[in-house]
Every structure is written in structure tokens, then in C-alpha cells.
Design a protein around this ligand. Structure first.
Ligand code: EPU
Length: 440
């Protein structure tokens, strides 16, 4: 079933929206849950296909899981682990499942995990993960597309990451929890999701210091020191940034709830420079509004706390109709301008040269049929459709479903004219009426 969004652009988004739990945190918390023997429970879990894949990865280890969608929780009972393998069929669908490697090596001293390979946005190597595990004392064999890691004993050590990789920092934190002695990760990633994982593991009984800075020290503890816990995931800063973009881009006014503004400092700063108003109305709620055409800015994507690569495509959409010329430099991924070819079809004036994009703002985008090539590029095309004149069809929604829960429903509640339909039952009159009713 190939689902699509039909968007009739032009409505200003108004009202309130509630942000869900952070996808890029919850997936790692789920991996970390297998470290303690017994039943851990995670709250604020969004209903996403990626969460479903992680549950399948964990189930395949012989661990019992339960996803209560009503309560937005997952329960993971890792009393016993009967398999140490994560198959390619899962890891190829979702790279974050590679994070099970560190947790399995910690708990079982052995793991067989498929290598994820590249993906649409870049090569995305895992060499730092492998080198770090070797430094901790694991013997690594790479055979038939799988990493086989085995360690009689893991010993704390100093690990320096060439790039502050989010996934490598997380995998090595997980791997070193039960090592003998202390592990020091230098040039560690500083993302809020790293702090969330460290808080989760420390609540479980681990001893991690420095998460959120470039040097993280993990003092090894014993298996018996770890106990199952209940824990609530932090809000999704990228989902929040996506809605902020949609509100600013449609010149609307809306309150975004369940957001930690400190996680979005750099993005907020750019939006304000572009002319949007952002008001803190509660510690976890902001009001975004915009009356006039935005102004262009330049930015370079960088590891946290720099401008997030995951919001680069949303910002590009805003620049596409801003006053002036904006330059974006994508410094994290080789191929993260997948939205450009589609924005050109919507009339945008963008010139791309390797990892630089020069965006000359036009007055209005016009609706077209476009396709999501990856999660964030796909979400940005939805934002573009809401801003555009006329009707936009966004195809390949399975990419967007990986990271946005009830995306169309939340946008409709804000007054966006967006409807999801399946190819099997073409966009029909009933849907047209629903879409029309959702207009402000
Ligand atoms: N890299 C290496 N070798 C490694 C690890 C990384 O060369 O061993 C390179 C990558 O190729 C990339 C750069 O380092 O060029 C940064 O990669 P990183 O490891 O930090 O990214 P990740 O852990 O694979 C997470 C998020 C991404 C987000 C990036 C950067 C998850 C599940 N994914 O990926 O989110 O873009 O950090 O912030 O946490 C998304 O949500 O759409 C998404 C892609």
C-alpha cells in the first residue's frame, strides 16, 4: 500500500501542538534496557515504524517486550537473553538497531550484528564503533556482512573519536558499562540524546560522568549493580523544529508544547534572525509566530550544539521563499540535499554544488507531486506543500512514518489542509471534504 499526502497549501497554522518523545533517544534507551536483568519500562514512546523495528530486534534476542500504544510506553523484560544476533533484515531497515551491538557485548560478551551499510543520505560508516570495541578488548571479525564481537573480558580504556559521532558515542557507552575500570570517550558527541541515555543508564545503576560534554567517563560497574527501571524519554527536538518551521513558513501563530527550548538554541537563533518570533510561555512550551516574509540567513550544519543536520532541509524550505539569498553548508553527510530536486519542481531557485546550496528566495512555491527520499527530506516537502500555492502530493510516506507520529493529524489540528490516502483507494471526494473542513 503506497500512501501519499495530498496538501492544499496556503493555510496559516494556528493553535497548539504536542511534541512526542525523541525517536533518536528512545531507540537507544530500548537497546540499553537489555543491560538489566528484569522488566524496564520506558514512557513517552512515539508510535513510529522505527520503534516497531527496534522491538523486533529485541524480541529476536529472546527478550519479552510489550508496546502499550495507548499509554505510549514500552516494557522490556530482559531477564533472559537467548540469542545474540541482530539480522540484516532489521539493521538494513533501521541503522539505529546497530546500537544493540554495544549493549549485547556488555551483557553477553558476544554479539553478531549485521553491518548497516550506507543509506540515502550518505556512506555512514561504523568504523569508530568497531575500533572502540576493539580498544575495550573485544575481538572483532567481519564476515558475510556481519560484525561478530567477542570478549572474554572488557577493560576500560581511553577512546578518541575522529568525529563526535552520536551512534559511536552511544554504542561505546553501552559497551563499557560493565567493563573493568574506567573508559574515557574523548571528542564524544554532546547531543541531548546522549545525556538522556546516560541518565537512563545511571538510573539503572551505571556510573557515567560528563555526558553532554566532549569527554565522557564510564566507570565500570558489576552486572548485579544494574536493576530494571522506569524512565521517561525526552521530547523530540527535531519534531519540534519541524513544526516550528511549518508555523513560521505559513506565517501562522502556534504554541508548541512538550519541547525543551535549550535543545534548540541554535535553530531558534536562526529562526529569530530570519524574522520569526519565538516566545517562551512555559518552561516546556514556546509560541512561534511570523507575520511577514522571512529574511535569508546562512548556516553550516554541525554536531550539537551547532545547527542540526536533521533540520537543514526544513530551513532550506524556509529559505526558498525568504527575502534574499541564503547559503547552506552541510558538513555532516555527503548526500543530504535530497529535497533539492523536489523543491526545484515546486519552483524554488536553488543551486547545489557538492555540500553547498545557494538558495535565492522566490515569492511563492507552487504545488507539485514530490517524493520523500529519506525521513527529514520528506518532512521538509510536507512543510513546503503547506507553504505552497496549490496542491502538493507527497509520495513514499514510509520514510516520514519512521520519525513523525500522526504527522498529518497534528498538522490538520493546526489548520493545515493535509490528507493521507492510499493508492488503492484514490484520493476521493470524502477526503476532499475532510481536507476542506480542516481549513481555518
Ligand atoms: N561516521 C563515521 N564513522 C563512524 C560513525 C560515524 O565516519 O563510525 C560519520 C558518519 O558517516 C557521518 C558523521 O560521522 O558523516 C556523523 O554520524 P553520526 O554517527 O553522528 O550519526 P548517527 O549516529 O548515524 C544520528 C541520528 C541521525 C542524525 C545524526 C547526526 C539516530 C538514530 N540517528 O545518526 O538522525 O542525523 O546522528 O546528528 O540517532 C534522522 O533522525 O533522520 C537521522 C538521520
Amino acid at each position: 500500500m503506497a500512501d501519499k499526502y495530498k496538501i492544499h497549501g496556503g493555510n496559516q497554522l494556528k493553535g497548539e501542538v504536542l511534541i512526542g518523545g525523541a525517536k533518536n533517544s528512545v531507540l537507544k534507551l530500548m537497546a540499553g534496557s537489555i543491560l538489566a536483568k528484569g522488566e524496564s519500562k520506558i514512557y513517552n514512546v512515539p508510535e513510529l515504524t522505527d520503534v516497531g523495528i527496534m522491538l523486533e530486534v529485541i524480541n529476536a534476542l529472546g527478550v519479552k517486550t510489550h508496546h502499550d500504544k495507548q499509554e505510549q510506553s514500552v516494557t522490556i523484560d530482559a531477564a533472559d537473553i537467548t540469542s545474540i544476533t541482530a539480522q540484516y533484515e532489521y539493521v538494513s531497515k533501521m541503522r539505529a538497531s546497530f546500537n544493540i551491538l554495544g549493549a549485547l557485548v556488555s551483557r553477553c560478551k558476544e554479539a553478531i550484528v549485521a553491518l548497516p551499510g550506507g543509506c540515502a543520505i550518505g556512506e555512514r560508516r561504523v568504523d569508530f564503533h568497531i575500533k572502540g570495541l576493539e580498544a575495550l578488548g573485544a575481538k572483532i571479525k567481519i564476515e558475510n556482512g556481519y560484525v561478530h564481537a567477542k570478549a572474554n573480558k572488557l577493560t576500560g580504556t581511553d577512546i578518541y573519536l575522529d568525529i563526535p559521532s552520536v551512534g559511536a558515542t552511544e554504542n561505546l557507552m553501552l559497551a563499557s558499562i560493565l567493563a573493568e575500570g574506567s573508559t574515557r570517550i574523548q571528542n564524544a558527541a554532546q547531543e541531548p540524546e546522549i545525556i538522556d541515555l546516560a541518565n537512563f543508564l545511571n538510573t539503572m545503576g551505571a556510573d557515567i560522568v560528563g555526558a553532554g560534554t566532549s569527554e565522557i567517563v564510564i566507570n565500570g560497574v558489576k552486572q548485579d549493580d544494574l536493576h530494571p527501571i522506569e524512565y521517561t524519554t525526552i521530547p523530540d527536538r527535531i519534531e519540534a523544529g519541524t513544526f516550528m518551521s511549518a508555523v513560521a513558513g505559513t506565517r501562522g501563530k502556534a504554541v508548541i508544547r512538550n519541547v525543551y527550548p535549550a535543545h534548540l538554541t541554535f535553530f531558534n537563533d536562526k529562526l529569530i534572525k530570519m524574522g520569526a518570533n519565538i516566545k517562551l510561555i512555559e518552561p516546556t512550551a514556546i509560541e512561534v509566530s511570523c507575520k511577514n516574509r522571512l529574511n535569508s540567513v546562512n548556516f553550516v550544519t554541525q554536531p550539537y550544539p551547532g545547527f542540526p543536520t536533521d533540520l537543514q532541509s526544513m530551513a532550506m524550505v524556509l529559505l526558498s521563499t525568504a527575502n534574499g539569498v541564503g547559503i547552506i553548508t552541510e558538513s555532516l553527510y555527503e548526500n543530504r540535499f535530497m529535497q533539492v530536486q523536489h523543491l526545484l519542481r515546486m519552483g524554488a531557485d536553488i543551486h547545489q554544488d557538492r555540500n553547498h546550496a545557494i538558495i535565492k528566495g522566490i515569492k511563492k512555491l507552487t504545488g507539485a507531486t514530490v517524493g520523500a527520499s529519506d525521513l527529514r527530506a520528506g518532512a521538509s516537502l510536507v512543510v513546503a506543500g503547506l507553504m505552497a500555492d496549490g496542491t502538493t502530493t507527497v509520495e513514499n510516506l514510509h520514510h516520514i512514518d519512521r520519525g513523525y507520529e500522526k504527522f498529518d493529524e497534528k498538522l490538520r489540528n493546526l489548520g493545515g489542509n493535509i490528507v493521507r490516502y492510499s493508492d488503492d483507494n484514490n484520493f476521493n471526494e470524502e477526503m476532499r471534504v475532510r481536507a476542506d473542513e480542516s481549513r481555518l
